[in-house]
Every structure is written in C-alpha cells, then in structure tokens.
Ligand binder design. Sequence first.
Ligand code: KG4
Ligand code: ZN
Length: 347
Amino acid sequence: MIMHILGIETSCDETAAAFLQEKRGHFQLLSNVVSSQAEIHAQYGGVVPEVAARNHIAVVMPVIGEALGGKKPDAIAVTAGPGLITSLLVGVHTAKTLAYLWNVPLIAINHIEGHIYANWLEKQFAVASSRLPVFPAIVLIVSGGHTELILMKGHGNYALLGATRDDAAGECYDKAASILGLGYPGGSAIDKESRSGNPNRFPLPRPMIGSGDFEFSFSGLKTAVLYLVERLKKEKTFDAQVRADICASFQQAVADVLVAKTIAAAKKHHARAILMGGGVVANSALRAMMECTVRAELPVTQLSHPDLRYCTDNAAMIAMAGYFHARKKDFSYFHALDAMPRWQLAR
Ligand code: KG4
Ligand code: ZN
C-alpha cells in the first residue's frame, strides 16, 4: 500500500503545502512548498492578522497546486490550531473544500504536533519508527508563539510538563531584535550577529532557571535587554561590537534556561529521546549547547532536532503528523472540523 498525504499549513504568516508519500514505513517527501509573508509583515514589525489572511487567500491554491504537481492525495492533513483564527480559517476551509471535491479523508493537525513530527522527516528513525526506543521522549517546543516541555509516551500521547508564563522564547528573540534594531523576525538576525560576539560580556538574567519545575518566563529577559541598551546608548558606548556582544549574551541566557530545564525533564522521566521543534530550534547556540550537554549528561539518550528548513513553519511536518493519524484511521468529520485558535495539544 502506498499512501499519499497532502499537508496544508496556514496558522501564521507562512502559506505552505507539502506532498508526502509513505510506502511500507518508508517516507518520501515529494514536495515542500513554503510561501513566506515575512517581508510583508516586516514593515509593521510583526504579523498583522488581516493582512496575513488576505495573503493566504491569494496564494493558498497556487501553493497547493505546486505541491501536488497534478497528483491527487489519499488524505489531507491541515493545521486546525493553534494560531491566528483568520489565517487558520483559510487553510481549514481550503482543506475541507478539496476533501469534499476529491472524497478523501481529512485530518486535523495541531500545529505543535506538526513541529514534533518534523523530527521524523529525513531522520534515521523515520523508517520503522515504532521499533526504535524513542519513547518516552521529552519534547522541547520553542517557537514564536510557544515554549513548552512535553512528555511524549507514544504516538499521539502527550502530557504538558510546563510552559512559558508570559512571552514565548521566539517572541523574546523578536522583541530583543527589535530593541537592538535588527528588524523582524529577529531570531536569525540575532543568531548571525552572535557569531562575532562575546557571550560572557553582559550578565543577563536566566529567568526561572532554578525554579525546580518546568515553567518558563522570558519577559524579564527582554526588559533586561531594553534597560541595558538604553543605558549603553545614554553612555554613548553602544556600537556594532557591543551589539554583537549583547546578542551573544542574550542567546546564551536563553539557551542556558532551555537546556537546563530540558535535561532536568529528561532525567526525571527517564527519557530515551529528546526531540526539539519550532523556529527557535534553528538557533545555532541552542543546538550546539543541547548536543554537548546531552552527550555529557545523558550519553544513551537520543537527541533529535529537525533539519533547519523543517524547524520553522512548513507543511511537510503537518503531512508527517497526518500520517501517524491516518495509520490509526483517526480522521476528522467534515462538518465538525473548524479552526481552533486556542487548541491545546497537551494539558
Ligand atoms: O515555528 P515558527 O516558524 O513559527 C511559530 O510557530 O511561531 O517560529 C518562528 C520563531 C520566530 O520568533 C523567529 O525569530 C524564531 O522562530 N527563529 C529563531 C531563529 N530562526 C527563527 N530564533 C533564534 N535563532 C534562530 N536562528
Ligand atoms: Zn510554528
């Protein structure tokens, strides 16, 4: 049996479609199309929901057409939440219309679950995934809208260990970048600047690092960057090198907190794997530090982070998550499926 799944993702400002083929446990990603609106929203300094929705409407069908390349899917997996309601509606209603026209099943995918399954794209455990000792896994999700630690005991089995009480890690990156004059979205700009910076120059806070739980808080770190920049500007010592040093110090502070809590969760729950997902996982300091710490402290635990292109929003991850639902015939009823902007994957 060969199964072809069309994935559709429109939860924020990326319109994406991907076509995934599964043949006896082997996956082949036939296409992965992402149309980003980042440049459009950069002029506003953040995503404007109405503008995002209008752009999704304009490009969703061409993007899907390109992904399918004239073929027809056996099932359609679509991000139904969480995200911006107006953006989600475009993807969900497009998926419903196509599923109705083609008479194929629909699968509602939680966006966070998509970020988790990005780990199954082009990975060694993509093949015969259920046989490798991946579970229990600790999942660290760090994106523009989410910072969560999840205990995953099996496919579709999630328990929330902790989350941010205020800003998400990516949101903190974007706000710090804006304070530093690096544009929007700022995560990758801070990453780039940090390469020529000294991570030990400015002692920034590591919020909640010793709280003994799996909760996070990032708004204080953003404020610390704001006050630091204001002070240095007043003292007229804010120059390109100082900016690079602030970036590197900031990046280190975020990575320290994320790594410490992830490792603690993995130890507590005897995890066989640590999976990472979300746009912030593209961060080079976070990846390097996690790798080094896992090797030193948890040498038998597998560590997986998606390929860079599957860290930020895409539909390949939605199609992959869709496969694991389709395998269990876990389909959504056509009339019942709607956009769920606050859909929580794990509680
Ligand atoms: O997962 P994603 O594409 O969208 C959401 O679901 O939110 O994540 C986007 C976030 C943005 O905040 C962006 O600044 C951040 O990921 N990001 C990074 C890097 N690349 C993207 N943060 C730190 N370092 C990076 N290299
Ligand atoms: Zn995302």
